[in-house]
Write a protein that binds this ligand. Sequence first.
Ligand code: AMP
Length: 350
Amino acid sequence: MVSKIGLIERTTIATLGSHSALQILKGAKDEGFNTLLISEKNRHSLYKRFSFIDEILTISRYSELLDNRCKQRLDDTNSIIIPHGTMIAYFTHQDIEHVSVPIFGNRKIFQWESDRNLKQRLMSASLLTTPKLVEHKNDIDKLCIVKLHGAAGGRGYFLAWNKESFEENATLLLNQGRIRSEDDLFIQEYVIGVPTYLQFFYSPLNRQIEFLGADIRYESDIDSIGRIPARQQLSVSLQPSYNVIGNLPLVLRESLLEGVYEMGERFVKAAENLVPPGMIGPFCLEGVYDKEGIFTTFEFSARIVAGTNLYINGSPYSELIYDKPMSMGRRIAHEIRIAKEKGLLNQLFT
Ligand code: AMP
């Protein structure tokens, strides 16, 4: 499958129409690839506005990506699929592992992203500081954030500071049918500080890590509560959620950068040991900088994150490495192009 791509003249970069698709396909076009978008019908009108998308393959729902019609078109166009958050959210890791079309990156690591226990194991093996986990609601004795297993984008998260506040919110989620029991919830110490998303790219070709940007998410409606004075906040019953609406750019104090690279390098090394061949391409360490400048990692993403959409024209960090605008999407396509030229494409797939 991979050697076939190595031999052909034209290669197409394909992705699902959502998340970071525009950035990925713009970057692919800038690097000289054909581009193909697999899009749900209702998004067709959005995506057809962009001339760097050569072809839109319309589907009724994401699951059709696994059907023969899509597979045939992806094969005919010699496509490489670039996975992003929507793909991880809508497909099981078994689905992803069995897709016969080449997928950029290490397919096995996506399971480690979606399974909370494996995720914790990889973060611990990377010697990252992680928030204290609270095993049971009876043990809540400080401010905690309560998460839904596999919840996409922070939807349904809530804060609890004792057993009663946990039960009050858990009951709401039960009544809404969002969870089947309290066991579907996962309790973590709330870390006070600046939530920060650190965007990396690891190149298996030159065995180097690149730090390409940082962002802050703007979440509805936790981030807008500060616009309502305390008196009015108390007068309405607010139940904030952590649903991501967009991303804001962040440039870190230069003195934090050495630590950023060290965390990224430890993560790459641990991934190589636990999920061989390890990290391939983009990943993100997601956490909070406290007032001492210490970073506590609460999550990672083992693929491109939507916060990189900020830097379609390059970031203050990519500027230090490249003399052309280098988005994360373009960086992926650049890696594929170099690998193709050197006959090393097999290093970018599993
Ligand atoms: P996530 O979906 O896990 O990336 O989290 C969504 C949001 O919840 C983040 O952007 C943070 O604002 C917040 N968050 C998650 N975990 C923690 C934590 N342990 N401490 C503080 N805030 C958190």
